[in-house]
Design a protein around this ligand. Structure first.
Ligand code: BES
Ligand code: MN
Ligand code: ZN
Length: 507
């Protein structure tokens, strides 16, 4: 879908030819000149319409309007959250009409900033997204072009650009996450990472079982043992800043299907375990966004990808394996496999001497119980990193909530047969999983996002959400802004540089 920005007021809006005009009206609405403004004022006065979020008033072929349909939609206090909800309601209202071109007018809102523009774009994209990979005949998204009407297009350009980059990332993450496991094998994910890297000039490296064995990733290998599908360890590098800048490393759990292994899961809703690679999908999505936005920052993406299957060769409860870190692990439950693949990826991350490592994983059912589908679980011993991620999530409307990491929570991971066990009893399952991971993060600042509750929706609306791509991109753009301005790889003086990358960085 194509988003365009245009400077428009309500008087000009009446002359815009399109299938639908979607006009957001907030509590601060002040009537100006022209018939459309008067119409809004009258509708408000009569009580037929109000600025309450989601309130709708629709007309068809209204005299004096060049557009076929008009939808007034209440945007509450005009905050990013209300604008998002209003934009979604407006787009839903015209869904059945199969409009091709719409104008989403934000120009009547009291305050339109970068976040409001990108928030509105993400809402429109989200409500019109259609999964196609294994359902190519699904009724395609009809909306082709959405013009965002604003009071000052120049002032909204950064929001528009960020919105475009983030939504490209979210849609890539959704599509990969939604694919069933037989269309999203570790090999497929690796090919996707390579395809993503080529035009964007990322370096993508894909390791297979041989290389992973050579690295000593005994824990990751153990999980993959029960599957006929060969594992893949995907390494992506986006170099937007000087080589001397320490990168942020993102590690995405890439279990392309989680049966539980020998500790097999019950049959009900097991299909949803195709979503157990949503962490990996979010890393792919972030790299898609980086390709579009080209911030001045170095980022490494690591994806340990494999299936967790029961088999004659599969790991058994009680098996002890040696991780890449040298720590031995007693696998008491083969269904606690996410931490087993992540721990080796975390050890691998050490070689990048990272400024921060963030892992993203559909790690525990316990996190779903604790936080539901609203906020992702956030764990970090580093207050600065935790605050930066929480703030980014709030700003991106992709929120997370910090949970504790007290050492007392690690008690249950003790075992007589190895350095650590992979489970610790029934209580505080999201925290004990994080405590397990923390043992592999001594050499860098680390945060863990448990997205088990937020990465996809169940029921009639079953499907991936693309979370936490928006959170991560917001965080990374913030880090890029905070990075000392050094000569990028091109060595062109920044102020005078006219390379697209340099222009993008200044935008
Ligand atoms: N992928 C699951 C976590 C999960 C379960 C996410 C349900 C979303 C919905 C993970 O691999 C898992 O099976 N975790 C176990 C851990 C337990 C065995 C300690 C869990 O949460 O039940
Ligand atoms: Mn599992
Ligand atoms: Zn899992």
């Amino acid at each position: 879908m194509n988003f365009e920005l245009k400077t428009l007021d309500l008087a000009q809006l009446a002359r815009e030819k399109c299938d639908a005009l979607l006009v957001l009206v907030d509590d601060h609405f002040k009537p100006g000149s022209g018939a459309l403004s008067e119409l809004v004022a009258q509708a408000l006065k009569s009580g037929d319409f109000s600025a309450k979020t989601g309130r709708l008033l629709q007309t068809y072929r209204h005299p004096g309007l060049a557009a076929t349909r008009l939808v007034l939609v209440g945007a509450g206090d005009g905050s990013v959250k209300q604008v998002r909800n209003a934009a979604a309601a407006a787009v839903n209202a015209i869904k059945a009409s199969r409009c091709k071109q719409a104008v989403l007018h934000l120009g009547a809102l009291a305050a339109v900033n970068e976040a409001v523009v990108s928030g509105a774009m993400l809402a429109v994209a989200d409500t019109t997204y259609v999964y196609t990979t294994t359902k190519p005949k699904a009724e395609a998204r009809s909306l082709q072009t959405v013009t965002l009407g604003v009071a000052d297009a120049a002032a909204c350009q950064a929001g528009h650009r960020h919105g475009r980059g983030i939504l490209a990332g979210i849609e890539l993450a959704k599509e990969w996450a939604n694919r069933p496991a037989n269309h999203a094998t570790p090999t497929h994910l690796a090919t996707a990472a390579q395809a993503l890297g080529k035009p964007a000039k990322f370096k993508t490296e894909v390791l297979g079982p041989k290389e992973v064995t050579r690295l000593g990733m005994g824990s990751f290998l153990a999980v993959a043992k029960g599957s006929e599908e060969p594992l893949r360890f995907i390494v992506m590098r986006y170099d937007g800043a000087a080589k001397t800048e320490a990168p942020v490393v993102l590690v995405g759990k890439g279990i392309t299907f989680d049966t539980g292994g020998i500790s097999i899961k019950p049959a009900g809703e097991m299909d949803e375990m195709k979503f157990d690679m949503c962490g990996a999908a979010s890393v792919l999505g972030v790299f898609k966004a980086l390709a579009e936005l080209r911030p001045a920052l170095n980022v490494v993406g690591l994806i340990p990808a494999c299936e967790n299957m029961p088999d004659g060769r599969a790991i058994k409860p009680g098996d002890v394996v040696t991780s890449m870190s040298g720590q031995t692990i007693e696998i008491l439950n083969t269904d606690a496999e996410g931490r087993l693949v992540l721990c080796d990826a975390l050890t691998y991350a050490e070689r990048f001497k990272p400024r921060a490592v963030i892992d993203i994983a559909t790690l525990t059912g316990a996190c779903v119980v604790a936080l539901g589908g609203v906020r992702s679980g956030l764990f970090s011993a580093n207050d600065t990193l935790a605050t930066a991620l929480q703030t980014a999530g709030d700003a991106a409307l992709d929120p997370c909530w910090r949970l504790p990491l007290d050492d007392e929570y690690a008690e249950g991971l003790k075992t007589n047969f190895a350095d650590v066990a992979n489970i610790a009893g029934r209580m505080a399952g999201a925290v004990t999983a994080a405590k397990f991971l923390q043992r592999f993060t001594a050499k860098f600042d680390w945060a863990h996002l448990d997205i088990a509750g937020t990465a996809w929706k169940s029921g009639a609306a079953k499907g991936a959400t693309g979370r936490p791509v928006a959170l991560l991109v917001h965080y990374l753009l913030g880090q890029a802004a905070a990075t000392p301005a050094r000569a990028p790889a091109t060595r062109t003086p920044r102020a005078k540089s006219t390379t697209p990358a340099a222009r993008a960085r200044r935008a």
